[in-house]
Design a protein around this ligand. Structure first.
Ligand SMILES: Cc1cc2nc3c(=O)[nH]c(=O)nc-3n(C[C@H](O)[C@H](O)[C@H](O)COP(=O)(O)OP(=O)(O)OC[C@H]3O[C@@H](n4cnc5c(N)ncnc54)[C@H](O)[C@@H]3O)c2cc1C
Length: 212
């Protein structure tokens, strides 16, 4: 067993929750511990807060972690979509600002593409972004936003900055603070039961390596 595997196995057996479900505060505490122990963002670049290790270490960790039911569900959109997109397309300033708090579970991300009239055909979305000095003013409605109730930031917030452009080329992706004035989040209720989605997490491990 490699030193990394031995370290991962030892850490998980000592720290992994055993009861299989956690409240958000517990999930955030566990994610911070996972990060501080060097097991979050394993293949992500060190200059932005990742561990800078290889896919071998990532797969080793994922293999060992599969034995546990880690409360990582709140972070899947950030780890799986928003973070890798920021690493690929973000500015140095954005990566320096957002990646480490994302990996450490201090800030939770959600992704806002879908709209009531735009799902598979996301390019038919109606959200608009209008430049106002150094700012952009976004107007629109999004739906089906996984984890929107826990979020600090959202990525994707697809909106047309330039409506004159052909359908698939006027889209812009924004990082938006979901705590900003004017952002309202309402729960989707299950049609049959009227219930909202549970806030207790019981999820299989999700780890998202950055493919280089
Ligand atoms: C549990 C869950 C979580 C989600 N989380 C998020 C999230 O975090 N962020 C987000 O932005 N969205 C999220 N979504 C929304 C998801 O991305 C959309 O449901 C998906 O894109 C499909 O869009 P729609 O539901 O509007 O269905 P539609 O696009 O209306 O599709 C309805 C049916 O028509 C079929 N169809 C559509 N277009 C065509 C075509 N051209 N040719 C043939 N068949 C077609 C589809 O396959 C489907 O069977 C989530 C959805 C679910 C169910």
């Amino acid at each position: 067993m490699s030193d990394f595997a031995a370290r991962a196995a030892g850490w998980l057996s000592a720290h992994a929750p055993t009861d299989g479900s956690a409240e958000l505060a517990d999930a955030k505490r566990f994610q911070a511990e996972l990060y501080d122990a060097g097991f979050a963002g394993i293949t992500w670049p060190t200059q932005y807060g990742g561990q800078g290790l290889s896919m071998t270490e990532q797969l080793t960790f994922s293999g060992i972690a599969q034995k546990y039911d880690l409360p990582t569900y709140p972070f899947i959109i950030g780890m799986g979509m928003c973070g890798p997109t920021l690493l690929d397309l973000g500015t140095d300033e954005q990566k320096t600002r957002y990646i480490k708090p994302l990996l450490r579970g201090e800030e939770i991300w959600c992704q806002l593409f879908s709209e009531p009239g735009a799902g598979s055909d996301v390019a038919s979305l109606q959200a608009r972004a209008v430049r106002d000095g150094d700012d952009w003013v976004l107007n629109g409605q999004k739906v089906w936003t996984t984890n929107a109730q826990f979020r600090r930031f959202r990525c994707g917030a697809g909106a047309y900055g330039c409506r004159q452009a052909p359908k698939h080329s006027g889209l812009t992706m924004f990082v938006v603070d979901m705590h900003a004035p004017g952002v309202n989040v309402r729960p989707l209720r299950v049609m049959m039961t009227g219930t909202r989605r549970s806030t207790r997490f019981s999820s299989r491990t999700y780890t998202f390596p950055v493919m280089r």
